[in-house]
Design a protein around this ligand. Structure first.
Ligand code: NAD
Length: 274
């Protein structure tokens, strides 16, 4: 029984390697990047990883936005670099990885977050729209996983965190987002496959599926009228704020989550269960 053992010799009592749980979630000395880091969820991820101790490359198709976020990080004493890259272009993705490795030596944490959203009735969805969505959300995320994954496999360590969506699980009503929903379901399956394929080589791959998050993405012309409607579908009674997602990315980026791979962490105020 517990009374007969020396509890001070127990890992739960004294902490793994003598470190408390919050200490074990720190990311000091780690090198991270976040795609789509220039605004919205990616910006919040960049801040969270930086606050936890990581150096952060802020990657965005929009150079000005990436630079602005790096300035914010600098004001908080966090090391950051801006990288302009379009994740749907193979050359850009490789250049992103090469830039980070030449600046900081390696990559430990890859947040493949950039994604786009198109809204049209399925019978009207053009192949152009389909291809655009898939080129960024699925093909782009794959290229990032592969390029960062190669660096990680070589060093036998890495944490990949993809941004999927609640739309990978349910069909949010009354959105018309066949290409988006389908591409995000692909991100989940890619995460499962890579997570299990690379687990014995030190690389963990998970994804986060936010519900409806209050970012510029949902304030686009075509989605804005739907916001009121969505609110009644969310048991939590409010949209997610980007700050609701920040701890999840630190958890998945840190070593405390080493036993978790291939999974989809759903943060949606209960919406997918209603
Ligand atoms: P956002 O539109 O506010 O920001 C996306 C950022 O990515 C922008 O800074 C944009 O410039 C950048 N970007 C777009 N295309 C890019 C490309 N090809 N290469 C590099 N950067 C690119 O979006 P957000 O709401 O912060 O969403 C981030 C991710 O979260 C996306 O994958 C999105 O699908 C997903 N998501 C969003 C919500 C939501 O409700 N906002 C819900 C679930 C999932």
């Amino acid at each position: 029984s517990l009374s007969q053992v020396d509890i001070t010799d127990d890992e739960v009592f004294r902490g793994v390697q003598g470190r408390s749980i919050l200490d074990r979630m720190r990311l000091d000395g780690k090198v991270a990047y976040v795609t789509g880091g220039g605004q919205g969820i990616g910006r919040a991820f960049a801040h969270a990883l930086g606050e936890a101790g990581a150096k952060v490359a802020v990657v965005d198709i929009d150079q000005t936005k990436a630079e602005a976020v790096v300035k914010e990080l600098f004001l908080k004493g966090i090391h950051g670099i801006p990288i302009k890259a379009d994740i749907s272009k193979a050359d850009d993705v490789q250049r992103m990885v090469d830039t980070i490795v030449s600046k900081w030596g390696t990559i430990h944490i890859a947040c493949n977050n950039a994604g786009i959203n198109r809204n049209s009735a399925s019978e009207d969805t053009s192949l152009e729209e389909w291809d655009q969505t898939f080129n960024v959300n699925l093909r782009g995320t794959f290229m990032c996983c592969q390029a960062a994954g190669r660096v990680m496999l070589k060093q036998g360590y890495g944490k990949i965190i993809n941004t999927a969506s609640m739309a990978s699980l349910i069909v949010p009503h009354p959105q018309k987002q066949l290409s988006y929903n389908t591409s995000k379901a692909g991100v989940v399956k890619m995460t499962q496959t890579l997570g299990t394929e690379w687990i014995d080589r030190g690389v963990r791959v998970n994804c986060i599926s936010p519900g409806i998050v209050d970012t510029p993405l949902i304030h686009s012309e075509d989605l804005r009228p739907l916001v009121q409607r969505w609110l009644s579908d969310i048991p939590a009674g409010r949209l997610a704020q980007v700050t609701d997602l920040q701890a999840a990315v630190v958890y998945l980026a840190s070593d405390v989550s080493d036993y978790m791979t291939g999974h989809n962490l759903v943060i949606e105020g209960g919406q997918s269960l209603w």
